[in-house]
Design a protein around this ligand. Sequence first.
Ligand SMILES: NC(=O)c1ccc[n+]([C@@H]2O[C@H](COP(=O)([O-])OP(=O)(O)OC[C@H]3O[C@@H](n4cnc5c(N)ncnc54)[C@H](O)[C@@H]3O)[C@@H](O)[C@H]2O)c1
Length: 356
Amino acid sequence: MAEKLKIAVAGLGRMGAIHALHAHELARETQTCELVAVAEPDVERARRLLTLIGHEIPVFPSVDALAESRICSAAVVVTPTDDHREHAAALVRAGYRVMLEKPLTGTLEADRAFAVELDREHPESLMLAFQRRFDEPLHYAKKLMESGAIGRVFKIFSALEDSNPAPNGYKSGGILPDMAVHNVDEILWLTGRMPDKALAIGSRIYSHALTTSLEDFDDALLCLWFGEDLLAQVQVSRNHVSGYRVETIIFGEQGQIHVGRFDQRLAEITVEAYGPRGRSEPLAFQTFLMRAYNRPLPEFIDRFGAAYKAELAAFIECCRRNAPFPVTHRDGLRAQQVISAGMQSMFGAANATDLK
Ligand SMILES: NC(=O)c1ccc[n+]([C@@H]2O[C@H](COP(=O)([O-])OP(=O)(O)OC[C@H]3O[C@@H](n4cnc5c(N)ncnc54)[C@H](O)[C@@H]3O)[C@@H](O)[C@H]2O)c1
């Protein structure tokens, strides 16, 4: 039997609080781990959360203090994106295996430099937290697709739309690296391919009037071209006022698979597949119940709670078995390469066609 993994969570904001809760739950439910510490400069915030989950453990005021402590061998880094590289690197250098929230660093230049550093010195130390890869409805859709149910896939549409702008103080490097990175990784994971070209456009509607979290755009479209046989389109927004929208449609020559048709209910996610026109029955129709936390939480947790927990369980198992991670910095870099190509097309204008 592999030993219990001693684990810490660094950064206890919106997302870190959930990772800490899940680590504590997994410790009780599976005895595979133990949440032994957290790192958070807002010590009061950390103490409030630990009291809420009923688990009193040391609070380190910084990631460096956590790294020096050697109190455990693994950590989840959930600090602001601008600090990802510094915090993850400090822990990795101190010998920790790290699960780092997305995006890797938020910029292509820093991603490349960090990936080179990791590949050279710590190639197996970092798991990147792309929770969609652990989401049951998306897994089911991927299996359907790979079974050939809808024939050869030629197009994917993937939407991620918040009902509100990011909260005051949230630091975003732009709507594409912050949000679309999820969709891009999903598309690369589903297809196993990198696009040849990316093209993006964005608009600024009203988020800037509502929050101090300044972003380049609050609505954006990103088109990916994989050659003659495959296209993908990503739609991200902070303005989907009807509610959190996470939809994926996979189009094949023999039908389509739709994950999460928007209907304002995040508690039930349906995957439905339809064959060619004229068939009366769906090829597949399955509803997945999402976890109820029974307290107000950010909307992404209502949709992806179980996926975040499954992702953490996978991280813990890999650490315990000393196995490679299923998602790494290389996946983060690939997604950012696509995002950056899209942003370049938006800002660079060199090969854009001006219709005015
Ligand atoms: N996978 C997802 O769906 C998802 C959803 C939300 C956020 N995220 C990612 O998680 C990260 C955090 O986002 P958030 O919304 O939780 O932000 P947040 O601002 O709510 O939380 C960040 C926390 O980090 C703390 N912090 C800052 N410096 C620190 C340091 N040196 N050591 C320890 N803690 C420090 C802050 O005090 C704060 O509590 C971002 O990179 C974001 O992209 C991912």
